[in-house]
Design a protein around this ligand. Structure first.
Ligand SMILES: [Zn+2]
Ligand SMILES: [Zn+2]
Length: 236
């Protein structure tokens, strides 16, 4: 189980099924220490709620609810749909390529766009599902640039579980991260409640490549909170 899961959708994403309090209840029940609510950026229907960002505090002192967003890549120049007014409230910023973006481009094109996005948006902390088969990227190049920027690449449990990517692709991603000393975040990408904190589909892949524990930013709860603090202070 993931102690602090950095990628969770609520009903404020069109595709999420649950309220923040339902997610909290589940997290408490299975013994998680926290999770980030990372609803989609507005381009694919995320309804980012200013009350959540400005006023919400976790009612459970034992389970931290981090405030995040999963932004969308918007164009070839690397623009993303992060609403700037929420930036000061955000604990974590995720970026992924989603169906608002054209399919069918080649690996080099998607890679260049992601690299441009990382250069242009230093507030991004984690790149989500780089092994999504619809939008292939060069893992080595992305891992190298991410490592240099302090960004973590995501090992996404749902993409393997359902499956939108193959174990072989995830292993290739992990191998590139290991070789370049790029950090990763192991996340569930929860949409349905039972997915919260789940890493069962990817845990065997980490063992398969003997992935270094110290490169997993959320290997423990305290490592996860340290990562959030490190990223926050790098933006000040
Ligand atoms: Zn995503
Ligand atoms: Zn997601």
């Amino acid at each position: 189980m993931i102690a602090v899961d950095f990628h969770v959708h609520s009903i404020f994403s069109l595709c999420g099924l649950h309220t923040v309090l339902e997610l909290l209840e589940r997290a408490r029940k299975i013994g998680m220490r926290g999770f980030a609510v990372t609803d989609h950026g507005p381009t694919i229907g995320g309804r980012l709620n200013s009350v959540f960002f400005e006023r919400f505090i976790s009612p459970d002192p034992h389970v931290s609810i981090l405030k995040g967003i999963e932004c969308n890549l918007l164009d070839r120049e690397g623009a993303i749909d992060l609403p700037g007014e929420y930036l000061r409230f955000l604990d974590i910023v995720l970026l992924g390529i989603h169906p608002n973006f054209p399919k069918g481009l080649d690996r080099q094109a998607y890679t260049e766009m992601m690299l441009a996005a990382l250069r242009r948006n230093p507030m991004v902390d984690i790149v989500t599902h780089p092994n999504d088969a619809t939008y292939p990227v060069d893992y080595e190049a992305l891992a190298e640039a991410s490592a240099a920027a302090g960004v973590a690449l995501e090992l996404n449990n749902s993409k393997i579980r359902y499956p939108r990517s193959t174990p072989a692709e995830a292993v290739a991603l992990l191998t590139a991260c290991k070789d370049t000393r790029c950090r990763i975040a192991v996340n569930s990408d929860t949409h349905a409640i039972h997915e919260l904190g789940d890493d069962a589909a990817v845990a065997p892949l980490l063992r398969q490549v003997d992935f270094p524990q110290e490169l997993i930013v959320n290997r423990t709860a305290s490592a996860a909170f340290d990562f959030v603090e490190e990223r926050r202070s790098s933006k000040r």
